[in-house]
Design a protein around this ligand. Sequence first.
Ligand code: SF4
Ligand code: SF4
Length: 359
Amino acid sequence: MTRCAIMHVDAYDEDKVLEAMRGIADATAFPDVEGKTVLVKPNILSDSYPEKAITTHPAVIKALITLLWEKGAKRILAGDSPGMQTGRFNPVNSGLRKVAEETGAEIVDFRESTRIHEVEGIRIPMTDAIDQADIVISAAKFKTHQLMSATGAVKNMFGLVPGLQKSPMHLRARTPESFARLILSIFREAHVDYAVIDAIEGMEGAGPTNGQPRHVGLLMGSENALALDKAESVIMGYRSVPIIEEAEKRFPGITDAEYPLLNPEDLIIRDYRRIPEGKKTTIRTLFLPNLLSRIGIATDGRAYPEFIHSECRHCLKCVNVCPAKALEMKGGRIHISRRECIRCYCCHEMCPFDAIKIK
Ligand code: SF4
Ligand code: SF4
């Protein structure tokens, strides 16, 4: 049986985080990295300061990279490709650049070189850093997610798809269930060997960008990223989240794990501000909601984004990211066409000014 290790870590003290990372690796099946090239994929959704809890904290990335060197890795790559990246990937604010300088890891810009993968009949460009690496590690952040309820080690691998090329995939997979299936396929294509979740400071509320930091005080690691994400969702207090539900349907038993250190059932945060669980999309419920959504009425519990015009700074990031072309700036205001909107919440995720609410 696979193992998930969860440890209490109270703060981003570099020595303590490294000590915990070593303990987590010892308690699980950490991959043999000796003489190998390792790709570390942190969550750098945007190059934000660590205090915002949007990105994997640099102390966690540094501890992981230090551990990989200790275990004999030959070369370590670390990269991401934020949706709204302009210019070269240069993660200064998030601290990844400094970690790379201090540890000798190489920053990779996922947009630089890609290869097309056939995933579920969809042609998906993914960074060729996964082709260069012998070992792939997801280094995720403990956060809520407006569409997928929670984002952890599996959803983090969607970042292998460079920049804005992620957006059209929402058009191919419009419900949380179908998007979960797509994410699972991308995750499996990436052959993730190990996963870490930085849950020292998590995000609750309107994640993954505009939620609030929440002290959770945990560091988590496993050779089974799906089991680790299930543990994350349990701690957040969810009964189920789409990615785990789809994974368990497709591969029964896939999230079974032992917990050699702390058990997630003992760590549930009852008042964690979760995303309300929407109604399930079923064959029975698909037809009418689809029809009504064409005239802008949501019946499946998933709201349309609402724009707080007084907060909007007219950056147009939402307009540029919208895969359905449902947004336009008219008369100094963002207008949404509910007829076009597929409620993927990419606009909400990308708005740097918290000017979009999903109620
Ligand atoms: S992303 Fe936010 S701030 Fe920028 S135009 Fe859209 S609503 Fe306004
Ligand atoms: S308006 Fe927002 S939620 Fe609707 S399709 Fe565009 S990006 Fe997705």
